[in-house]
Design a protein around this ligand. Structure first.
Ligand code: NAP
Length: 259
């Protein structure tokens, strides 16, 4: 039985849709106070409204994770409203495809700047509040792509997602004496608005390559984030949890043929 997270204050970046929305709704159901962050206030406000309509507490905030000033404003506003920041889910991310041969410096900078530098900026902005209370949970949304697998068109994305894990390991060591854990969820292919943008052929080929023969749901990822945020996970830090329906297990499609 897990202890209740009721009343904990949570910031979720990239929470206007997809996995971040699922994480925000999950923490809302757990009766946490949720700070719903994305660049577009109306979309973030819609998610905050869903949490409030279900009886929870939430507030929307417009911020870009690539801007340090935005991240500081986000942390300050959450601290003013909720008094503390107990949990940060650094989830905002983008995955535009770009083959290496035609990838521009701007393509690379945009993806790494959002996914990796954005993680650093969100984490560092929230640290003072967590260090002041000698307590905190930081949960990064990485991916199987990069840390475990590769995929044509996503060398910059894979670098950013593997980079998050390198960042996590040293951050976990530095922050352990402050009572702060840093862990990562590694989703496989999760049904989100962003993934839908990759097209039906991509979705079908992914479903076929997952032993469970379905894409993951945002709740599958939210449940893992809730676990890392739980009191029961207090002694776990610097670790990553793959949520992929077994996708990284088969050596080939033949490995999944019925026996
Ligand atoms: P999504 O549906 O496209 O949602 C992305 C979210 O990030 C939106 O809320 C978007 O809101 C926000 N965002 C993007 N750039 C931002 C920025 N610069 N500042 C603040 N917010 C920003 O994507 P998703 O599929 O849920 O992916 C979410 C995370 O999961 C990403 O880190 C992604 O790499 C990771 N992931 C996804 C999958 C998957 O299968 N879906 C698999 C592995 C990992 P605004 O546009 O309003 O800012």
């Amino acid at each position: 039985m897990f202890a209740s997270l009721e009343g904990r204050s949570v910031i979720v970046t990239g929470a206007s849709k997809g996995i971040g929305r699922g994480i925000a709704l999950g923490f809302g159901r757990a009766r946490c106070r949720v700070w719903v962050v994305s660049r577009h206030l109306p979309q973030a406000a819609q998610v905050a409204g869903e949490i409030v309509a279900a009886g929870g507490t939430a507030q929307a905030f417009a911020a870009d994770v690539t801007r340090q000033a935005d991240m500081h404003a986000m942390a300050a506003a959450a601290r003013d409203a909720f008094g503390t920041i107990d949990i940060l889910c650094a989830n905002a991310g983008i995955f535009p495809a770009s083959p290496l041969a035609s990838m521009t410096e701007a393509d690379f900078d945009l993806v790494v700047g959002t996914n990796l530098k954005g993680t650093f900026l969100a984490v560092s902005a929230c640290l003072p509040a967590m260090q002041a209370r000698k307590r905190g949970r930081i949960i990064l949304t990485s991916s199987i792509t990069g840390p475990v697998t590769g995929y044509t068109g996503w060398s910059h994305y894979g670098a950013s997602k593997a980079g998050q894990l390198g960042f996590m390991r040293t951050a976990a060591i530095e922050l352990a004496p402050h009572g702060i854990t840093v862990n990562a969820v590694l989703p496989g292919n999760i049904a989100t608005e962003g993934l839908a943008g990759l097209g039906d052929d991509y979705i079908r080929s992914m479903e076929a390559s997952v032993p469970m023969r379905r894409l993951g749901s945002v709740d599958d990822v939210a449940n893992a984030a809730l676990f890392f945020a739980s009191d029961e996970a207090a002694y776990i830090t610097g670790q990553s949890l793959v949520i992929d329906g077994g996708q990284i297990l088969p050596e080939s499609l033949a490995a999944m043929a019925p026996s």
